[in-house]
Design a protein around this ligand. Structure first.
Ligand code: UT7
Length: 309
Protein backbone atom coordinates (compact mmCIF):
# COMPACT_ATOMS: atom_id res chain seq x y z
CA UNK A 1 0.00 0.00 0.00
CA UNK A 2 1.41 3.38 -1.03
CA UNK A 3 1.53 6.03 1.66
CA UNK A 4 1.45 9.81 1.44
CA UNK A 5 2.42 12.76 3.61
CA UNK A 6 2.09 16.51 3.64
CA UNK A 7 5.45 18.05 2.75
CA UNK A 8 4.50 21.71 2.16
CA UNK A 9 1.80 24.05 3.43
CA UNK A 10 0.81 27.69 3.22
CA UNK A 11 -2.10 30.08 3.46
CA UNK A 12 -3.22 33.52 2.40
CA UNK A 13 -5.79 35.97 3.76
CA UNK A 14 -6.66 39.17 1.88
CA UNK A 15 -5.28 42.37 3.41
CA UNK A 16 -8.61 44.10 3.90
CA UNK A 17 -10.06 43.45 7.37
CA UNK A 18 -13.67 44.18 8.36
CA UNK A 19 -14.24 44.29 12.13
CA UNK A 20 -17.47 43.51 13.95
CA UNK A 21 -17.77 47.17 14.90
CA UNK A 22 -17.59 48.15 11.23
CA UNK A 23 -20.42 45.71 10.43
CA UNK A 24 -22.46 47.12 13.32
CA UNK A 25 -22.37 50.54 11.66
CA UNK A 26 -24.83 49.33 9.01
CA UNK A 27 -26.39 46.21 10.60
CA UNK A 28 -28.57 45.73 13.67
CA UNK A 29 -25.85 43.78 15.51
CA UNK A 30 -22.95 44.36 17.88
CA UNK A 31 -19.36 43.28 18.44
CA UNK A 32 -20.47 41.73 21.73
CA UNK A 33 -23.24 39.62 20.14
CA UNK A 34 -21.01 38.36 17.33
CA UNK A 35 -18.11 37.47 19.66
CA UNK A 36 -20.34 35.72 22.17
CA UNK A 37 -22.41 33.75 19.66
CA UNK A 38 -19.71 32.93 17.10
CA UNK A 39 -16.20 33.71 18.41
CA UNK A 40 -15.59 35.96 15.39
CA UNK A 41 -13.81 39.33 15.91
CA UNK A 42 -13.08 40.23 12.30
CA UNK A 43 -12.93 38.80 8.78
CA UNK A 44 -10.59 39.26 5.80
CA UNK A 45 -12.36 40.15 2.56
CA UNK A 46 -11.41 40.85 -1.05
CA UNK A 47 -9.40 39.06 -3.68
CA UNK A 48 -10.60 36.53 -6.20
CA UNK A 49 -10.64 32.81 -5.48
CA UNK A 50 -8.06 32.29 -8.22
CA UNK A 51 -5.65 34.91 -6.91
CA UNK A 52 -5.88 33.67 -3.32
CA UNK A 53 -5.39 30.07 -4.53
CA UNK A 54 -2.27 31.04 -6.45
CA UNK A 55 -0.80 32.86 -3.44
CA UNK A 56 -1.47 30.00 -1.00
CA UNK A 57 -0.31 27.39 -3.52
CA UNK A 58 2.91 29.28 -4.21
CA UNK A 59 3.68 29.52 -0.48
CA UNK A 60 3.12 25.77 -0.05
CA UNK A 61 5.46 25.01 -2.96
CA UNK A 62 8.14 27.41 -1.69
CA UNK A 63 7.85 25.91 1.77
CA UNK A 64 8.99 22.50 0.47
CA UNK A 65 11.37 23.86 -2.16
CA UNK A 66 9.38 22.67 -5.17
CA UNK A 67 7.92 24.33 -8.26
CA UNK A 68 4.88 23.62 -10.41
CA UNK A 69 7.17 21.40 -12.54
CA UNK A 70 7.22 18.90 -9.68
CA UNK A 71 3.43 18.64 -9.36
CA UNK A 72 1.39 15.91 -11.09
CA UNK A 73 -2.01 17.33 -10.25
CA UNK A 74 -3.53 20.43 -8.67
CA UNK A 75 -6.97 20.18 -7.05
CA UNK A 76 -8.73 23.39 -6.02
CA UNK A 77 -11.56 22.86 -3.55
CA UNK A 78 -13.96 25.77 -3.82
CA UNK A 79 -17.64 26.58 -4.03
CA UNK A 80 -16.97 30.16 -5.16
CA UNK A 81 -15.12 29.80 -8.47
CA UNK A 82 -14.41 33.07 -10.30
CA UNK A 83 -15.97 31.68 -13.47
CA UNK A 84 -18.54 28.96 -14.02
CA UNK A 85 -15.99 27.38 -16.33
CA UNK A 86 -13.15 26.63 -16.56
CA UNK A 87 -12.32 25.57 -13.04
CA UNK A 88 -10.25 27.80 -10.77
CA UNK A 89 -7.56 25.11 -11.02
CA UNK A 90 -6.93 26.23 -14.63
CA UNK A 91 -5.83 29.69 -13.43
CA UNK A 92 -3.62 28.13 -10.76
CA UNK A 93 -2.20 25.64 -13.26
CA UNK A 94 -1.13 28.48 -15.52
CA UNK A 95 0.25 30.83 -12.85
CA UNK A 96 2.24 28.19 -10.97
CA UNK A 97 3.40 26.30 -14.08
CA UNK A 98 1.95 22.99 -12.92
CA UNK A 99 3.31 20.15 -15.07
CA UNK A 100 0.40 17.73 -14.54
CA UNK A 101 -3.38 17.89 -14.47
CA UNK A 102 -5.85 20.29 -12.90
CA UNK A 103 -9.37 19.93 -11.54
CA UNK A 104 -11.78 21.51 -9.06
CA UNK A 105 -13.62 19.87 -6.16
CA UNK A 106 -16.98 21.11 -4.84
CA UNK A 107 -17.98 19.91 -1.39
CA UNK A 108 -18.46 23.42 0.09
CA UNK A 109 -16.73 23.77 3.49
CA UNK A 110 -15.69 20.09 3.47
CA UNK A 111 -13.96 20.56 0.11
CA UNK A 112 -10.37 20.67 1.34
CA UNK A 113 -10.86 17.45 3.30
CA UNK A 114 -12.40 15.68 0.32
CA UNK A 115 -9.53 16.90 -1.87
CA UNK A 116 -6.89 15.84 0.65
CA UNK A 117 -8.36 12.35 0.78
CA UNK A 118 -8.66 12.24 -3.02
CA UNK A 119 -5.00 13.28 -3.32
CA UNK A 120 -4.04 10.24 -1.27
CA UNK A 121 -6.10 8.11 -3.68
CA UNK A 122 -4.45 9.67 -6.74
CA UNK A 123 -1.06 8.90 -5.21
CA UNK A 124 -2.14 5.30 -4.59
CA UNK A 125 -2.89 5.02 -8.30
CA UNK A 126 0.55 6.28 -9.35
CA UNK A 127 0.98 10.05 -8.98
CA UNK A 128 3.96 11.35 -7.00
CA UNK A 129 2.80 14.80 -5.85
CA UNK A 130 -0.53 16.58 -5.63
CA UNK A 131 -1.08 20.24 -4.71
CA UNK A 132 -4.34 20.59 -2.79
CA UNK A 133 -5.84 24.06 -2.30
CA UNK A 134 -8.94 25.12 -0.38
CA UNK A 135 -10.06 28.62 -1.34
CA UNK A 136 -13.25 30.64 -1.12
CA UNK A 137 -14.34 34.24 -1.57
CA UNK A 138 -17.65 34.07 0.30
CA UNK A 139 -17.79 37.85 0.74
CA UNK A 140 -18.91 38.01 -2.90
CA UNK A 141 -22.00 35.93 -2.09
CA UNK A 142 -22.97 37.54 1.21
CA UNK A 143 -25.91 39.90 1.46
CA UNK A 144 -24.21 42.58 3.57
CA UNK A 145 -27.65 43.77 4.73
CA UNK A 146 -28.51 40.36 6.23
CA UNK A 147 -27.22 40.07 9.80
CA UNK A 148 -27.92 36.33 9.84
CA UNK A 149 -25.14 35.65 7.36
CA UNK A 150 -23.04 38.83 6.93
CA UNK A 151 -21.36 38.39 10.30
CA UNK A 152 -20.18 34.84 9.64
CA UNK A 153 -18.17 34.71 6.45
CA UNK A 154 -14.82 35.82 5.04
CA UNK A 155 -12.31 35.05 2.29
CA UNK A 156 -9.06 33.11 2.22
CA UNK A 157 -7.05 30.19 0.87
CA UNK A 158 -4.88 27.41 2.25
CA UNK A 159 -2.76 24.82 0.47
CA UNK A 160 -0.84 21.61 1.04
CA UNK A 161 1.58 19.59 -1.08
CA UNK A 162 0.99 15.84 -0.70
CA UNK A 163 3.80 13.48 -1.69
CA UNK A 164 4.14 9.74 -2.08
CA UNK A 165 5.81 8.22 1.01
CA UNK A 166 6.88 4.84 2.34
CA UNK A 167 4.92 5.38 5.55
CA UNK A 168 1.23 6.15 5.48
CA UNK A 169 0.54 9.33 7.48
CA UNK A 170 -3.16 9.44 6.54
CA UNK A 171 -4.05 6.94 9.24
CA UNK A 172 -7.81 6.95 8.58
CA UNK A 173 -10.56 9.04 7.08
CA UNK A 174 -14.33 9.30 6.94
CA UNK A 175 -16.29 11.07 4.21
CA UNK A 176 -20.05 11.53 4.32
CA UNK A 177 -23.03 13.46 3.03
CA UNK A 178 -26.77 13.86 3.39
CA UNK A 179 -28.06 15.43 0.20
CA UNK A 180 -31.60 15.59 1.56
CA UNK A 181 -30.38 18.42 3.87
CA UNK A 182 -29.24 20.63 1.00
CA UNK A 183 -32.11 23.08 1.60
CA UNK A 184 -30.68 24.24 4.97
CA UNK A 185 -27.81 26.04 3.26
CA UNK A 186 -27.50 27.02 -0.39
CA UNK A 187 -26.74 29.76 -2.91
CA UNK A 188 -28.63 29.94 -6.20
CA UNK A 189 -27.02 31.27 -9.38
CA UNK A 190 -26.91 35.03 -9.00
CA UNK A 191 -28.11 34.82 -5.40
CA UNK A 192 -26.78 35.22 -1.87
CA UNK A 193 -25.93 32.67 0.81
CA UNK A 194 -29.20 31.42 2.25
CA UNK A 195 -29.08 29.53 5.51
CA UNK A 196 -31.13 28.12 8.39
CA UNK A 197 -28.43 28.82 10.96
CA UNK A 198 -29.90 26.85 13.82
CA UNK A 199 -30.50 23.76 11.69
CA UNK A 200 -26.99 23.96 10.17
CA UNK A 201 -25.60 24.22 13.71
CA UNK A 202 -27.49 21.15 14.92
CA UNK A 203 -26.77 19.03 11.85
CA UNK A 204 -23.11 20.02 11.77
CA UNK A 205 -22.44 19.08 15.38
CA UNK A 206 -24.20 15.74 15.00
CA UNK A 207 -22.56 14.82 11.69
CA UNK A 208 -19.04 16.07 12.42
CA UNK A 209 -18.93 14.39 15.85
CA UNK A 210 -20.09 11.07 14.40
CA UNK A 211 -17.59 11.38 11.57
CA UNK A 212 -14.70 12.08 13.98
CA UNK A 213 -15.63 9.01 16.01
CA UNK A 214 -15.79 6.85 12.86
CA UNK A 215 -12.34 8.03 11.76
CA UNK A 216 -10.91 7.35 15.22
CA UNK A 217 -12.38 3.84 15.18
CA UNK A 218 -11.00 3.22 11.68
CA UNK A 219 -7.54 4.29 12.92
CA UNK A 220 -7.96 2.02 15.94
CA UNK A 221 -7.43 5.03 18.20
CA UNK A 222 -9.19 6.80 21.03
CA UNK A 223 -9.56 10.55 21.52
CA UNK A 224 -6.61 10.40 23.95
CA UNK A 225 -4.35 9.59 20.99
CA UNK A 226 -5.17 12.95 19.39
CA UNK A 227 -2.73 15.82 19.99
CA UNK A 228 -4.67 18.46 18.03
CA UNK A 229 -8.05 18.81 16.41
CA UNK A 230 -7.88 21.02 13.32
CA UNK A 231 -11.57 21.75 12.77
CA UNK A 232 -13.61 23.70 10.25
CA UNK A 233 -14.09 27.23 11.60
CA UNK A 234 -17.80 28.06 11.30
CA UNK A 235 -18.66 29.03 14.88
CA UNK A 236 -16.54 28.54 18.01
CA UNK A 237 -19.64 27.17 19.76
CA UNK A 238 -19.85 24.44 17.09
CA UNK A 239 -16.19 23.57 17.72
CA UNK A 240 -16.82 23.49 21.49
CA UNK A 241 -19.85 21.30 21.02
CA UNK A 242 -18.05 18.82 18.76
CA UNK A 243 -15.11 18.72 21.20
CA UNK A 244 -17.54 17.95 24.03
CA UNK A 245 -19.30 15.20 22.03
CA UNK A 246 -16.03 13.44 21.23
CA UNK A 247 -14.39 14.06 24.63
CA UNK A 248 -11.60 16.35 23.45
CA UNK A 249 -10.39 19.15 25.79
CA UNK A 250 -10.85 22.53 24.06
CA UNK A 251 -7.14 23.34 24.68
CA UNK A 252 -6.42 20.76 21.98
CA UNK A 253 -8.60 22.47 19.36
CA UNK A 254 -6.98 24.92 16.94
CA UNK A 255 -9.26 27.96 16.82
CA UNK A 256 -8.55 30.66 14.25
CA UNK A 257 -12.10 31.85 13.64
CA UNK A 258 -11.60 35.09 15.60
CA UNK A 259 -9.46 36.47 12.80
CA UNK A 260 -10.66 34.52 9.77
CA UNK A 261 -14.41 34.02 10.27
CA UNK A 262 -15.69 31.19 8.07
CA UNK A 263 -13.81 31.14 4.78
CA UNK A 264 -15.23 27.75 3.85
CA UNK A 265 -12.80 25.35 2.13
CA UNK A 266 -9.90 27.48 3.39
CA UNK A 267 -10.52 27.20 7.13
CA UNK A 268 -8.80 23.87 7.78
CA UNK A 269 -5.59 24.49 5.79
CA UNK A 270 -5.39 28.03 7.22
CA UNK A 271 -5.73 26.64 10.76
CA UNK A 272 -3.12 23.99 10.00
CA UNK A 273 -0.67 26.56 8.63
CA UNK A 274 -1.28 28.82 11.64
CA UNK A 275 -0.69 26.10 14.24
CA UNK A 276 2.37 24.66 12.49
CA UNK A 277 3.70 28.20 12.11
CA UNK A 278 3.39 29.02 15.81
CA UNK A 279 4.89 25.63 16.81
CA UNK A 280 1.81 24.20 18.44
CA UNK A 281 1.75 21.31 15.96
CA UNK A 282 5.05 19.44 16.09
CA UNK A 283 6.48 16.50 14.10
CA UNK A 284 5.00 13.23 15.33
CA UNK A 285 1.75 14.82 16.53
CA UNK A 286 -1.50 13.07 15.60
CA UNK A 287 -4.10 15.42 14.12
CA UNK A 288 -7.84 15.04 13.80
CA UNK A 289 -8.99 17.20 10.90
CA UNK A 290 -12.73 17.59 10.94
CA UNK A 291 -15.10 19.54 8.75
CA UNK A 292 -18.67 19.94 7.53
CA UNK A 293 -20.42 22.06 4.95
CA UNK A 294 -23.60 22.77 3.08
CA UNK A 295 -24.90 19.75 1.24
CA UNK A 296 -24.66 18.64 4.01
CA UNK A 297 -21.22 17.17 3.63
CA UNK A 298 -18.74 16.16 6.30
CA UNK A 299 -15.25 14.70 6.50
CA UNK A 300 -12.65 13.66 9.03
CA UNK A 301 -9.06 12.57 8.69
CA UNK A 302 -6.53 11.31 11.22
CA UNK A 303 -3.07 12.35 10.17
CA UNK A 304 0.36 11.85 11.69
CA UNK A 305 2.18 15.13 11.17
CA UNK A 306 5.45 13.97 9.63
CA UNK A 307 6.92 16.64 7.37
CA UNK A 308 10.43 16.16 5.92
CA UNK A 309 13.18 17.17 8.33
O1 UT7 B 1 -20.09 26.16 7.21
C1 UT7 B 1 -21.44 26.21 7.56
C2 UT7 B 1 -21.89 27.62 7.55
N1 UT7 B 1 -22.90 28.03 8.47
C3 UT7 B 1 -22.86 27.84 9.82
O2 UT7 B 1 -22.01 27.19 10.34
C4 UT7 B 1 -23.95 28.49 10.65
C5 UT7 B 1 -24.25 27.72 11.89
N2 UT7 B 1 -25.14 28.46 12.75
C6 UT7 B 1 -24.68 29.43 13.60
O3 UT7 B 1 -23.48 29.68 13.65
C7 UT7 B 1 -25.67 30.13 14.51
O4 UT7 B 1 -26.93 29.49 14.43
C8 UT7 B 1 -25.82 31.64 14.17
C9 UT7 B 1 -24.56 32.40 14.52
C10 UT7 B 1 -26.16 31.83 12.69
C11 UT7 B 1 -26.97 32.23 15.01
O5 UT7 B 1 -26.69 32.01 16.38
P1 UT7 B 1 -27.81 31.45 17.35
O6 UT7 B 1 -27.22 31.34 18.68
O7 UT7 B 1 -28.35 30.20 16.72
O8 UT7 B 1 -28.84 32.64 17.35
P2 UT7 B 1 -30.40 32.60 17.00
O9 UT7 B 1 -30.58 32.42 15.54
O10 UT7 B 1 -31.07 31.64 17.94
O11 UT7 B 1 -30.84 34.04 17.41
C12 UT7 B 1 -30.89 34.47 18.78
C13 UT7 B 1 -31.34 35.91 18.81
C14 UT7 B 1 -32.57 36.16 17.96
O12 UT7 B 1 -33.33 37.17 18.60
P3 UT7 B 1 -34.59 36.79 19.51
O13 UT7 B 1 -35.53 36.06 18.59
O14 UT7 B 1 -34.06 35.93 20.62
O15 UT7 B 1 -35.10 38.13 19.96
C15 UT7 B 1 -32.03 36.71 16.66
O16 UT7 B 1 -32.95 37.53 16.01
O17 UT7 B 1 -30.30 36.74 18.26
C16 UT7 B 1 -30.84 37.50 17.17
N3 UT7 B 1 -29.78 37.63 16.15
C17 UT7 B 1 -28.87 38.60 16.19
N4 UT7 B 1 -28.69 39.63 17.04
C18 UT7 B 1 -27.65 40.45 16.81
C19 UT7 B 1 -29.54 36.83 15.10
N5 UT7 B 1 -28.45 37.27 14.44
C20 UT7 B 1 -28.03 38.38 15.10
C21 UT7 B 1 -26.96 39.28 14.89
N6 UT7 B 1 -26.81 40.28 15.77
N7 UT7 B 1 -26.09 39.15 13.88
Amino acid sequence: MTGSRIIGWGSYLPEKVVTNDELAESLDTSDEWIRERTGIRERHVGGSTGDMSIRAGRLALEQCGLTGEDIDLVIVATSTPDQLMPGTSAVVHDALGIRGGACDMQAVCSGFMYALTAANGFIATGLDRVLVIGADSLSTYVDWDDRNTAILFGDGAGAAVIERADDQTLLAFDLGADGSSRHIGFTDHGGYINMDGKEVFRTAVRAASKSAKKALAAANMTIDDIDWMVPHQANVRIIESIAKHIGLPMEKAIVTIGETANNSAATIPVALDTAVGDDRIKPGDVLLMNGFGFGMTWASAIIRWQPPT
